[in-house]
Design a protein around this ligand. Structure first.
Ligand SMILES: [Mn+2]
Length: 380
């Protein structure tokens, strides 16, 4: 039974600045994950490793990045009968000066490695599997061209696979985001549609053949719940079976922490750790909510320091908590201080509020104003 390992959006060489001082560790991980896919293809004796766009994060990756990909591809094809089919994507689109044009000779010299579109080739055959893979890659970062429209299944092959890098169900207002229509996906004669561009696992319903976005195999952006997979595609006369296979070394954990009643940073850190257990493969995204006591010594910068080392990385928290002021707290603020004057003026306004909506707004402004006057970083 012919099998394909389908991946996309590896984004080798991505800057990953959002990871701060761990960016280069994650760039290394992208290479290691790619290497693991090479090993998996060899160990499973898959017929084809299919990369549906954005193998590279840009068309000008450092030479060392390209060479390391070449080495891995040669390592695979030396040790197995697998074919590797690469579809250029949006970041690494095909064209003059693109990474695939610049290194065209080197890519073509590796046995059984094909770049779709290079030299005008839009069909690659894998004879031992009776398989034909088709793709007409983007030639620019944005395009309103429909890649699927020029592809035709080969009647001589047992199985036909379309590889596309683009958007099924376009975001409104982005007609040039490499459109793919559902109607195109339901064209007859296809066994599988290998999609790339969307970074989370997504199965597109409606067509005869399964159409799947495997998503990025390793995290490349913070808002990617659902990435970290590849698709294992088994083709047979009875139909195509797609399995979701987890491959990522790291994942993003998102959590909302209620800071209510926390007297200090240690207490907030304890709440974080009990919600998301420390793990060095976890990228933590926290959002802080609730009302914190006026006399709390909680400090976000100290929290980040405190949690550093417990996780792979802790991203700067989203802060939507407020400092809670009791009536007694407010009475205790001396009127000669700006904060005391502010509280008294705001309370007078709240008393004169005309309706509940206005009162709520003024109360929120009071809490926020007090936090700001105390030098707390509540606006970021
Ligand atoms: Mn893309």
């Amino acid at each position: 039974m012919p099998t394909i390992l389908h991946t996309a959006d590896i984004h080798l060489g991505a800057p990953l600045g959002w990871l701060g001082d761990r960016a280069s560790d994650q760039r290394d991980q992208l290479r290691l994950t790619f290497r693991a896919l090479i090993d998996m293809t060899r160990e499973e004796d898959a017929d084809c490793l299919l990369i549906a766009g954005d193998l590279f994060d840009s068309n000008r990756p450092p030479a060392s990045e390209v060479r390391s990909v070449m080495r891995e591809l040669a390592r695979l094809t030396d040790a197995s009968e697998a074919h590797v089919v690469i579809l250029p994507g949006s970041h690494d689109h095909l064209g003059e000066g693109s990474v695939y044009e610049c290194y065209a000779n080197e890519f073509q010299q590796i046995d059984r490695v094909s770049v779709l579109g290079l030299g005008g080739v839009t069909t690659v055959r894998v004879p031992r599997a009776g398989l034909a893979i088709h793709g007409a890659p983007p030639t620019s970062n944005r395009s309103s061209e429909h890649q699927m429209r020029s592809l035709r299944p080969d009647p001589e092959s047992n199985y036909n696979v379309a590889a596309l890098h683009g958007s099924v169900d376009l975001v409104p207002g982005a007609p040039d985001d490499h459109p793919i229509s559902r109607e195109e996906l339901s064209a007859p004669g296809w066994s599988y549609v290998a999609l790339g561009h969307w970074h989370s696992w997504k199965e597109i319903d409606g067509g005869d053949a399964p159409a799947v976005y495997p998503g990025a195999p390793e995290i490349v952006a913070p808002d990617q719940a659902g990435s970290g997979y590849i698709a294992r595609v088994a083709l047979s006369r009875d139909g195509t079976r797609v399995t979701q296979v987890a491959v990522a070394a790291r994942q993003v954990a998102e959590t909302s922490i209620d800071v209510a009643g926390a007297q200090d940073t240690i207490e907030v850190a304890r709440r974080v750790r009990s919600t998301v257990p420390p793990a060095d493969d976890t990228i933590l995204r926290i959002s802080l909510t609730g009302l914190i006591p006026l006399d709390s010594s909680f400090d976000v910068r100290v929290l980040l320091e405190e949690l550093k080392g417990d996780y792979f990385q802790v991203l700067p928290p989203k802060q939507s908590y407020h400092v809670r002021l009791t009536d007694a707290d407010m009475d205790a603020l001396p009127e000669r201080l700006v904060i005391g004057r502010y509280v008294r003026l705001m309370r007078a306004s709240i008393e004169k509020a005309e309706d509940a909506g206005e009162r709520d707004e003024l109360e929120a402004a009071l809490q926020l104003g007090v936090a700001l006057l105390q030098g707390k970083d509540v606006l970021s």
